[in-house]
Write a protein that binds this ligand. Structure first.
Ligand code: ARG
Length: 472
């Protein structure tokens, strides 16, 4: 006879089609350790309320401990006849305690139970996800440290724009991931509310102590409203947003790695351990890790949309639709725990082609802004400076040369603004000549205000980031 928690008022058994639709134990079984934690806390408040004797509490806790061990070792398993994790565990308890096992359910419903279990599970796993994020941040920072002064083509619209420190670019990804970790920490503050005590929806007539349960389970408080407690899945949706955002960040990093590893860029060489081959083309070395990181963002976004769609329009309080909250949450957790270590390994082991980055940094007339800004410091309105340098770029194209290869005579031909004599700026400070600003290292070093790409600023940024990341 299938194990059910609700048979009393039914004459016939459920149809097979209903059972198959209804059963969730195949995915909610992973909540078992959390359900058992919550059960122990519940047993203790039942005892405080005088509903279990000291001796009964002892036997109850002993049986729950034993069941926990049996679940962990796999000697106790859910069967196809168990509707959900709560049902399976009650069966395990009854097997161990007989009638006493039936006392634990007093004052509690699967509605407050499942909401509690999912919060406990997520708070635990979010901590793991944050440590995996920190590992990726650490890998990016190690590469950034090595390449703080490596000039690279900085891009907008995927076109060469201005040279940047490659370390600066890597740290841009770290900032995004640090915000993700911070968001998850902030998430935990709101997730740390215990639904237990809400019962089905209205609280319990039994003299239970939801605050004591909350405290025992590591929550900061018990829910203030029993109806909200069982209906609320904000914590799950918010987590899924955080997960989707991480997915999007990983996909943007992944896309960059795909580009960097291409023949056209040749910025990096991926380690063999983090690249794959082709079944037909012997020469291939493919960036599958980066592509899967990019691809997984789609399912993480899907998980978020899936839950929000389930929640939209649900009346209070518990509705069975809410059973659909778990698979997207579990999928997002599994996906992140799978992807993050792979991306960390890819980043930690990639070899950066410094020579290639530096030699291509000025390509595409990337130093044009430096020249225009020099003219501005000489008092030329930016509008005119922009125009003059634009003409210079066309002249270079027509004459098949680059800005760095220009001579004083070339410059004089284009515009009087480019007079090469050294000059002074608005404050009387000596200014470099146009030919002096046309070098990549100078261009990097000159961007030395807060947040700029000057290698010294990149090193400051790295120090500040290391402090934040250590705190995560
Ligand atoms: N398996 C259910 C879920 O995940 C547990 C709660 C069931 N509650 C109920 N009233 N049928 O939501």
């Amino acid at each position: 006879k299938p194990m059910r928690l609700w048979g009393g008022r039914f004459e016939g058994g459920p149809a097979d089609a209903l059972t198959r639709l209804s059963v969730s134990v195949q995915f909610d079984w992973r909540l078992a350790p959390y359900d058992l934690l919550a059960s122990r806390a519940h047993a203790r408040v039942l005892h405080q309320a005088g509903l279990l004797t000291a001796e009964e509490l002892d036997r109850m806790i002993g049986a729950l401990d034993d069941l926990d061990r049996a679940c962990a070792s796999g000697t106790f398993r859910p069967t196809v006849a168990d509707e959900d994790v709560h049902t399976a565990l009650e069966r395990g308890l009854l097997e161990r305690l007989g009638v006493l096992g039936g006392k634990l359910r007093a004052g509690r419903s699967r509605n407050d139970q499942v909401a509690t279990d999912l919060r406990l599970y997520l708070r635990d796993h979010v901590r793991l996800i944050v440590s995996r994020l920190v590992e990726l941040e650490t890998a990016l920072m190690a590469q950034a440290e090595e390449h703080a002064a490596t000039a690279a083509p900085g891009m907008t619209h995927l076109q060469h724009a201005q040279p940047v420190s490659f370390g600066h670019q890597l740290l841009a990804h770290v900032h995004a991931l640090a915000r993700d970790a911070d968001r998850l920490r902030d998430w935990d503050r709101r997730a740390a509310v215990s639904p237990l005590g809400a019962g089905a929806l209205a609280g319990s007539s039994l003299p239970l102590d939801p605050q004591a349960v909350a405290e025992e389970l590591g929550f900061t408080s018990a829910a203030q409203n029993s109806m909200d407690a069982v209906a609320d899945r904000d914590f799950a949706a918010e987590f899924l947003f955080c997960a989707a955002m991480i997915g999007v960040h990983l996909s943007r990093l992944g896309e960059e790695v795909v580009l960097w590893a291409s023949q056209e860029f040749r910025w990096i060489e991926m380690d063999d351990a983090y690249s794959t081959g082709s079944s037909i083309m012997p020469q291939k070395k493919n960036p599958d890790v980066a592509e899967l990181a990019r691809g997984k963002a789609g399912r993480l976004i899907g998980d978020l949309v899936s839950l929000l769609t389930t929640l939209k329009g649900l009346p209070l309080t518990y509705n069975r639709d809410l059973q659909e909250d778990k698979e997207p949450v579990f999928d997002a957790v599994d996906t992140l725990l799978l992807v993050l270590p792979a991306v960390s390994g890819l980043i930690a082991t990639m070899r950066v082609n410094t020579a290639r980055l530096e030699s291509s940094a000025p390509d595409g007339f990337a130093l044009a802004t430096d020249l225009a800004e020099l003219l501005v410091r000489r008092g030329v309105p930016f509008r005119d400076a922009h125009e003059a340098v634009g003409h210079l770029v066309v002249w270079c194209q027509v004459n098949d040369t680059t800005l760095e290869r220009l001579t004083e005579e070339d410059l004089a031909k284009i515009s009087p603004h480019f007079a090469t004599a050294a000059d002074t700026g608005p404050g009387g400070e000596p200014l470099p000549g146009p030919l002096d600003v046309l070098n990549v290292q100078g261009a990097l070093a000159s961007r030395k205000a807060h947040g700029g790409t000057a290698p010294d600023r990149v090193r400051d940024q790295l120090c500040a980031l290391r402090e934040t990341v250590d705190g995560q």
